[in-house]
Design a protein around this ligand. Structure first.
Ligand code: SDX
Length: 427
């Protein structure tokens, strides 16, 4: 018999199995708690709840460790590519050279979208937030690809997964082009996944687009850093939507909507806007005090994390990538100095130290993306583009789980107990 956990409440006691993963905290299996005790657990925000079993990504928040299928994020960011990490997340192992060639070929054959889908953009205002466009256009994909929405068919799941990964760069680039009034560019499959995206975004029909190798490498690394992250809010949204049997296109659209929030994927846009508001390092102390003031809703965007109570390993890579890109582009962005000093001051402040608030993946990314030429409104779109492979891999893992069932949490009800209706004339 493995470890057991005992719950005693009033005159009741109940025993529960303790389950062990390959690494990380054990879990108490409470699936029969309600049946045995008539009680629920109560965990708003799921601070102590494991919602599923997964073999994709492991995070040790205390140590600042992030592994994808066992491989440390720092090694993947240094030595891998976004397409290789995508293959790893989807298939569980690093690809052989032939497997990598085949995967690149497969993805490149799905980069175009149905011509009618491009009509959707015309329905938006030019000043629509690109994330609003992404929610609409990605949600509409299921209206075009009926031949891959049967989630019980592994071949449908495979094709729809590849379609989503392959089409996100085309859809994201079109959202940017629409916003700035430039024509859409079709994919060029002679380029890498990331190079293709950069050309569709910044290229114009009037001339050849010259890819900057350092920019292509930095963009690819940023995609790697955003690929997957365990059961974060948007991934949990995708899993919950998928648990009802919704098609994968609709599930990913739900994930995009959740990612948009400033507490989650919207933080990269909010972090750069915050750095611009702070401006020069002499203003930092004022904003640090605001962040500590309970009566002030201001938070240091790009700081803090539900899981990391140490430095987010992705922020470490991101910070070194800032220098690479600014040097390569010969850009001198004073906001980088402001960000470095803000980090330094915050990490030496008791408030941030006690609450274990460190820079997260969103703190430095905006400086790089801005240097490359993206407007802040595109930052979360780029996060969604990269996270699509994680959402798709997590969705596939859930659908393939024989024990999978619809997610349906309960509640602690605090409303009125039963009472009788009173006719209007008697009120
Ligand atoms: C992402 O889950 C993931 O993995 C997400 C992500 C991924 O890859 O999918 O990593 C991507 O979303 C990164 C996080 C991006 N968000 C931000 O940078 C927004 C700013 N940070 C926060 O709002 C906050 O830190 C969260 C939302 C990220 C985490 O919030 P928690 O875990 O619910 O913690 P909390 O809000 O309860 O904060 C704990 C305490 C509070 O103080 P007390 O009420 O205990 O006195 O820390 C304080 C908070 O006020 N706090 C901050 C702060 N973040 C938390 N104070 C000032 N500035 C901050 N940034």
């Amino acid at each position: 018999m493995g470890d057991q956990a005992k719950l005693s409440a009033g005159d009741q006691t109940a025993d529960f199995a303790v389950l062990k993963g390959s690494v990380g905290p054990d879990v108490v299996d409470i699936r029969k708690l309600y049946a045995d005790t008539g009680m629920f657990t109560f965990d708003p925000g799921f601070t102590s709840t494991a919602s599923c079993e997964s073999a994709l990504t492991y995070i040790d928040g205390e140590e600042g460790v992030l592994l994808h299928r066992g491989y440390p994020i720092g090694q993947l960011a240094e030595s891998s590519s976004f397409m290789e990490v995508s293959y790893l997340l989807l298939n569980g192992e690093l690809p052989s050279q032939q497997e990598m060639t085949d995967f690149n070929y497969t993805i490149s054959r799905h980069t175009m979208v149905h011509e009618q889908l491009l009509q959707f953009y015309k329905g938006f205002r030019r000043d629509a937030h690109p994330m609003a466009v992404m929610c609409g256009v990605v949600g509409a994909l299921s209206a075009f690809y009926h031949d891959s929405t049967d989630i019980s068919d592994p071949e449908h799941r495979r094709i729809s997964s590849h379609r989503l990964i392959a089409k996100m760069p085309t859809i994201a680039a079109a959202a940017y082009k629409f916003a700035i009034g430039q024509p859409f560019l079709y994919p060029d499959n002679s380029l890498s996944y990331t190079g293709n995206f950069l050309r569709m975004t910044f290229g114009v029909p009037a001339e050849e687009y010259e890819l900057h190798p350092a920019v292509e490498r930095a963009m690819d690394r940023i995609f790697i850093l955003h690929a997957d992250h365990e059961q974060n809010a948007s991934t949990s949204t995708v899993r919950l939507a998928g648990s009802s049997g919704a098609n994968p296109f609709a599930c990913i659209a739900a994930g995009i909507a959740c990612l948009w929030g400033p507490a989650h994927g919207g933080a990269n846009e909010a972090a750069l806007n915050m750095l611009r508001e702070i401006g020069t390092p002499d203003k930092i102390p004022h904003y640090i005090e605001r962040a500590k003031d309970k009566d002030d809703p201001f938070r240091l965007m790009g700081f803090g994390h539900r899981v990391y109570k140490n430095y987010d390993p992705r922020a470490t890579v991101m910070q070194s990538t800032v220098r690479e890109v600014l040097d390569a582009l010969k850009v001198d962005d004073p906001l980088f100095e402001t960000a470095l000093q803000l980090e330094e001051i915050a990490l030496n402040d008791d408030y941030f130290a006690e609450k274990k608030l460190f820079p997260n993946v969103d703190f430095y990314s905006g400086i790089i993306l801005s240097a490359i030429g993206f407007p802040t409104t595109m930052f979360t779109v780029l996060f969604a583009l990269a996270r699509t492979v994680g959402w798709v891999a997590q969705w596939n893992e859930m659908i393939s789980d024989p024990g999978q069932k619809i997610g349906r949490p309960r509640q602690l009800y605090t409303g009125p107990v039963q009472r009788d209706y009173v006719p209007l004339e008697k009120r």
